[in-house]
Design a protein around this ligand. Sequence first.
Ligand code: KIV
Length: 260
Amino acid sequence: MYLPQLLARAEKGEKLSVLTCYDASFARLLAENEIDVLLVGDSLGMTVQGHASTLPVTLEQMIYHTDAVARGASGKVFVVADLPFGSYQKSPEQAFESAARLMSAGANMVKLEGGGIMVESVRFLSQRGIPVCAHLGLLPQSVNATGYRAQARNASEAGKLLEDAGNLENAGAKMLVLESIPSVLAEEVTQRLNIPTIGIGAGPHCTGQVLVLQDLLGLTPKPPRFAKDFMSGAGNLAAAIRNYVSAIKAGEFPGPEHSF
Ligand code: KIV
């Protein structure tokens, strides 16, 4: 699937369901159960590799997992791959070289974390045919600076996030992940932008929602507030995934208990 088909769904007012995915078997299963977007997240550093953060994940590892996911998805689902820590922050040229390798491995879009500092890289990639998903709010690659806590909870940080979101869209970003920010702020960003916003811990008003697969499957020992175990009571994997998709499409997930 290509970007115009995905954006058409959002333009029709359909909520987008996004789930992280790291291998071919799950990619096939998620494609069969109507997930709109597979995110090969660098969260694989925690979920697959057992690290305490996403920082140790390398570009070679992201390429390996993107290749596996793209083969499992076999063109039926849109695939977004994360640019890992250290593979893009130096310059737009470095971002292009890393992003090109993920696109060659089968990604349809790359995701990078950060606000104003990333605007030039987003423009550079977009002008060269690489669709970019930006990521604002809690930035897991910046955990050493911020810790894992909700972001933009005061007026000045909220204003900065709104400004960054507009600048990233103007630079060519085609999607925006909003992580762990107040619902009212995510609602305002979603209203102001024309591109889809994908929330995780950002309330129900985003264009779509994303969860980490292991959180949805109830495999995370201490799940974050925004996670929901869809496996509990579902009976099998396919039912859990379908329940997640239908809860998003119906606007039933996330609830206030998953939001800030
Ligand atoms: O790596 C990841 O799983 C992510 C999501 C938390 C959005 O970036």
